[in-house]
Design a protein around this ligand. Structure first.
Ligand SMILES: Nc1ncnc2c1ncn2[C@@H]1O[C@H](COP(=O)(O)OP(=O)(O)OP(=O)(O)O)[C@@H](O)[C@H]1O
Length: 549
């Protein structure tokens, strides 16, 4: 049997079989398929199938776009694309097949089960009202839902009817029948009357979402001391942590920014016999050259201006525990010598002190720099490098462990979702996360999920809710914007070019000569561009003509 496959913004939304009865598509509620789009007429188009051919008849009076041309009446070819405002419907002469989809029309649509495995799965109904959710296991073969106390699922929602709908499980599928409700039962933007669906499916009644879904154990979070990930590289890392943690071997954690170096350092500490002693992190890049020595080793009273009292340094604070030196590559060279001495002797000397004191500290260092290259260039002491890197732990960038992206995203969703609320990612949102390059690694993913949670409009996070951190090119220091969906590289480059020129014009007080000089382009090229963008002044136009530039 032929079918129409409906897409909205490129995403498949609905499949409807085309039978022998005339089927009307339109915005009006009496249409067989209701398309809630203001650009679509109340009765836009009618389709009929005579067993061999399918004919389309425009009912709007304005013609319906089929395969890019306006059609008033005619035969639909297999694969024809019917434009319906923001929607499109693709006609497939050989659709799902009689046995799979015995679709009838007249307020009746059939939707392919998304997952044939759903047939045998135990199912449940999740009722979501705003931030509240309740879950009901499906025990019998059917249930009714509505406001009336006699319904199996009694839903308090003033916009739903007393007996709103009935769901029956048949042969593994779910047959949903709207029992003449006033405000209707909706699947996304489509009002449905009688449908057969697979799992999972979300039905909307009044202000309530009724989600039919398989009973699956929640995805087991593979976590080791907060490190989420099932990728083989993460398993290997966890294995190494477990093996080196009990020893006091110096460990260096190497990886790009945001890959979880601090988390790994904490895991090392927690798995060691030092776990009940302090874990002290110090970010060597965040402390000024003048203060870093005192931060690490402490100082005596009056040892420098501002040292009003004696103070312990990080080494003493971490005594018995672990000192985590993050961004070790940023440590000034003179301090590298002092650190090496402390590591070799187990003794430290506060700034201004005359005698050293003994400390028992395990040092774990981390860097996102190539320390080997730095030591070749003389920026990092080679002897310190070998002292710190007895066991190097390499953390993979997120782009090399893509199978963990969704697990991590769900972890951050749980972490940042408002209490009692379960926010999900739509398949399109998941796709968008999977496609991204993640230059900022897991920190970026955490920020992206947090931001999407705050910016989302609905109960789930959809693709447009996801915006990525701007990538900063390491060589140029310039932010690299993401190509917005639907825009080509050429369009984006033109847009950027215009933004750069406009910014230069503002900076140079509209002095065209200076702008051309600054941007390193010929005056004529600049003028040509400004003219294209409608940014020229009249006198310039005349000027240009005169000079023949
Ligand atoms: N495997 C992971 N599982 C769960 N959360 C993670 C994981 N890796 C990193 N994170 C989270 O990502 C964020 C950044 O991690 P972290 O600060 O450890 O990165 P980093 O490599 O030390 O970064 P930087 O080099 O910039 O200091 C933190 O919120 C951390 O909890």
């Amino acid at each position: 049997m032929p079918e129409l496959v409906f897409f909205r913004r490129g995403e498949e939304v609905l499949r409807v079989g085309v039978g022998r009865e005339r089927m009307v598509l339109g915005r009006g509620e009496k249409s067989d398929v209701v398309i809630p789009d203001p650009e679509v007429s109340r009765r836009q188009v009618a389709l009929a199938f005579d067993g061999e051919r399918c004919t389309l008849e425009d009912l709007s009076g304005k013609g319906t776009q089929v395969a890019g041309t306006s059609m008033t009446k005619g035969e639909l070819a297999d694969g024809s694309d019917i434009a319906l405002g923001q929607w499109r419907a693709v006609f497939r002469l050989h659709g799902g097949g009689e046995s799979e989809a015995s679709t009838e029309v007249g307020n009746r649509t059939e939707i392919q089960p998304r997952d044939s495995a759903s047939r045998w799965q135990p199912a449940q109904v999740r009722i979501r009202q705003g931030t509240e959710e309740t879950v009901h296991k499906l025990t019998g073969d059917s249930f009714t839902a509505g406001k009336d106390p006699s319904c199996d699922l009694v839903i308090q929602d003033s916009f739903i009817s007393s007996r709103h709908l009935k769901v029956t499980r048949r042969d593994g599928h779910f047959h949903v029948l709207d029992t003449n409700s006033t405000n209707g039962t909706w699947m996304g933007p489509v009002r449905i009357f009688e449908v057969q669906v697979g799992l999972p499916t979300t039905l909307r009644l009044g202000q309530t979402d009724l989600i039919l879904e398989p009973v699956t154990p929640a995805r087991k979070e593979l976590s080791f001391h907060g490190i989420i990930g099932g990728d083989p590289s993460v398993k290997q890392l966890v294995d190494l942590i477990e093996r080196v943690a009990p020893s006091s071997a110096a460990v260096a954690i190497l990886g790009e920014s945001g890959t979880g170096k601090e988390l790994v350092a904490r895991a090392l500490h927690e798995c060691s016999q030092r776990a009940d002693k302090p874990f002290i992190p110090v970010n060597c890049a965040a402390i000024s050259k003048e203060l870093i020595e005192s931060e690490l080793f402490g100082h005596e009273k009056g040892s420098f201006t501002g040292a009003a009292n004696a103070r312990k340094g990080a080494f003493e604070e971490a005594d018995g525990g672990t000192l985590f030196l993050d961004e070790i590559g940023e440590l000034p060279v003179d301090l590298q010598a002092k650190l090496l001495r402390a590591l070799e002797s187990g003794e430290i000397k506060r700034v201004g002190a005359s005698r050293p004191s003994h400390v028992d500290v395990r040092v774990v260092a981390a860097t996102n720099r190539d320390l080997m290259a730095a030591s070749r260039d003389g920026r990092f002491r080679e002897d310190l490098y070998y002292r710190l890197c007895v066991v190097p732990l390499h953390l993979p960038p997120l782009r090399n462990r893509r199978s963990d992206i969704l697990g991590l995203a769900e972890h951050f969703l749980r972490m940042y979702s408002p209490r009692g609320q379960t926010v999900r990612l739509t398949p399109a949102a998941m796709e968008r996360l999977q496609q991204h390059g993640w230059p900022g690694n897991i920190r970026e993913l955490r920020n992206v999920v947090h931001r999407a949670l705050l910016l989302r409009k609905g109960t789930a996070i959809d693709a447009p809710d996801i915006t990525f951190d701007q990538e900063v090119n390491r060589e140029t220091g310039v932010s690299v914007p993401e190509l917005p969906p639907g825009m080509t590289l050429e369009q984006m480059l033109l847009k950027l070019e215009r933004q750069i020129v406009e910014a230069a014009l503002r900076r140079c007080n509209n002095n065209r000569e200076r702008v051309a000089r600054e941007l390193g382009v010929a005056r004529s090229t600049l003028f040509k561009r400004l003219k294209e963008w409608g940014l020229t002044r009249q006198e310039e136009e005349t000027d240009q003509v005169r000079s023949g530039d």
